[in-house]
Design a protein around this ligand. Structure first.
Ligand SMILES: C[S@@+](CC[C@H](N)C(=O)[O-])C[C@H]1O[C@@H](n2cnc3c(N)ncnc32)[C@H](O)[C@@H]1O
Length: 217
């Protein structure tokens, strides 16, 4: 989607995707990635997700990237934290309480600016992007994180029956995007009550994805 689409969603508080409590798939499945305490977890397209706070409570540090500066400032305000703010390239970097958030476009982010990543948690990031952007996003994420193990939540519905975002990412596409770098395992599938915006049946799928090759450590 175009950046103005998302910036205006935040400006107009049209953020139905935001969950006020930690995501149930995250709390149920994150341990399957087997990340050591103190690990640094990357949240792409993070919004002001409370998942960052939950990960910190589990003993991890969090780094995220989010297009909307408003979302980033709201995250820290709602966490009762006053962040240190600095500039790096085209990004503003906000840091407090074990959470570092880059305000800017993920496609402008490079591995040096992002720093070490021990795992990726993608909720509503891949599925927020249309197909052409997903084809750019997946290899970019792999390069940014050196294919750090990933917990990913996807959405599946008949795309011809409704428009995204969020978009449907069927299992076949997921494997095309990620099978070269990861060993994706589907660990939970849950039907969405009422389907996709009441238009067609829909379900969420949780993927645990260890990397295929040995890590950089
Ligand atoms: C559907 S929301 C999901 C937010 C968050 N992951 C959550 O679970 O609440 C997608 C988010 O991606 C952000 N976004 C969209 N395109 C982006 C980009 N190119 N770079 C960084 N963030 C982006 C939007 O501003 C929006 O907050």
């Amino acid at each position: 989607m175009e950046r103005d689409f998302w910036l205006s969603r935040w400006q107009n508080n049209r953020i139905g995707f935001h969950e006020p409590t930690p995501n149930a798939f995250l709390t149920a499945h994150f341990s399957a990635l087997d990340i050591r305490p103190g690990g640094r977890i990357f949240l792409p397209l993070c919004g002001k997700s409370r998942d960052a706070a939950w990960l910190c409570e589990q003993g991890f540090t969090v780094v995220g990237v989010e297009l909307s500066r408003l979302a980033v400032t709201q995250f820290f305000a709602e966490s009762g934290l006053v962040p240190e703010i600095s500039s790096t390239g085209s990004f503003e970097r906000f840091e407090a309480g074990g959470v570092t958030l880059f305000a800017g476009d993920i496609f402008d982010l490079d591995p040096e600016t992002l720093g070490r990543v021990d795992a990726v948690y993608d909720r509503a990031a891949l599925v927020a992007l249309p197909e052409t952007m997903r084809r750019r996003y997946a290899p970019h994420l792999i390069a940014l994180t050196k294919a750090a193990p990933q917990l990913l939540v996807t959405l599946e519905y008949e795309q011809s029956h409704a428009e995204g975002p969020p978009f449907s990412v069927p299992e076949t596409e997921l494997l095309v995007l990620y099978d070269s770098a990861y060993r994706p395992e589907s660990v939970e599938v849950r039907d969405i009550t009422g389907g996709f915006k009441g238009r067609c049946p829909a379900r969420e799928r949780v993927w645990v994805m260890p990397r295929r090759w040995p890590g950089p450590d």
